[in-house]
Design a protein around this ligand. Sequence first.
Ligand code: UDP
Length: 425
Amino acid sequence: MFQNPKHRIALISVDGDPAVEIGQEEAGGQNVYVRQVGYALAQQGWRVDMFARRSSPEQAGIVQHSSNCRTIRLKAGPAEFIGRDNLFDYLPEFVAEFQQFQQRQGYCYPLVHTNYWLSSWVGMELKKQQPLIQVHTYHSLGAVKYRTIGDVPVIATQRLAIEKACLETIDRVVATSPQEQKHMRMLVSRKGQIEMIPCGTDIDKFGGIQRAAARQHLGIAPDAKMVLYVGRFDRRKGIETLVRAVAKSSLRSKANLQLVIAGGSRPGQSDGIERDRIASIVSELGLQDCTIFPGRLDDTILPFYYAAADVCVVPSHYEPFGLVAIEAMASNTPVVASDVGGLQFTVVPEVTGLLAPPKDEVAFAAAIDRILTNPAWRDQLAEAGRQRVEIAFSWYSVASRLTQLYTHLLAQTTAKPHNQPQIAA
Ligand code: UDP
């Protein structure tokens, strides 16, 4: 049994604030991961500070989530939304602010867990200036992402170099799926230490609601065939494939088909533009009467949508992990997902759902139809999905594995007395 360590640790996620609303542009799985890992680690005895950059003047500097867990917002550039590809130049300011924060508190964090490549740079800079253990989760690998997009941003060269340096030099990199681990080895570097610890989900929040009750709550007909998408509006999420697949579905002509496309968007911003593009494809294909866009779903309503659905579709072009798939499975809803990345790890084909080649609307249509036309099989897939999540993907089990890793790494440091963390000069 793990002994309460009472250590302070910092989770650094410059661009992925754990205390903001999730489900809009650039606020998705990474924010959820940091927040939920932070909460769960605090419950297991760590004193957890989660650091992000301040992105609006209205935001509180410190958000206290529980006695052991808080979000701390540091200055890194103007207090406004800045896209990830334009944040790098503000990182030295973030590092300086982090050090000043440590000075004011009178302690140094012996361990930081950084998230996404921007924060990996922050961790590596801090490591030059104070004894520190650095653990890192990439959330997305430039080497994989840049293979799937047409216009590679200017920052790409820097990102790829930093991701390589991170893997080769820091104490431990966490891969969230065997597929991500393989990509790191194939596309980033053969050097460096990787440990596979998956993402998790809240198995209490998702799973307690019956389909019929969820539908009544949402006003969805009991006999509707409901197909659900949850996530950000981003072209790489492949929502277009889903819409075209539904248009090809053999159930399309039936009056009770219901497509729900959930996620936040802001008019005129990139997610708003993608939402409008999807809405126009919906109209073009004559699906407007059976499609709803409920907008961003918050924590109180999201479990109802998952529970109400017959199938949840994750049509991403690529997904390093894909939290939505395990949230749906936790909610007793089978998943049809792209046969890529972490989705190949979470979704077991023919057991908890089905996989289809990305961008292949015909294959997605066939997979969705197979589940919608066989409710008994849908229920079997649902039950197996829930079991899989309970066994492999609870935040509690994720935090326990991170706890073991941190404890092991910290024990190595304390074995070397000259390496004891000091307050930064
Ligand atoms: N999400 C949400 N409300 C929405 C849309 C998405 O809370 O309206 C959450 C969703 O439940 C999941 C996260 O955003 O926890 C998306 O994570 P995922 O790993 O699937 O994709 P990412 O956004 O990281 O690409």
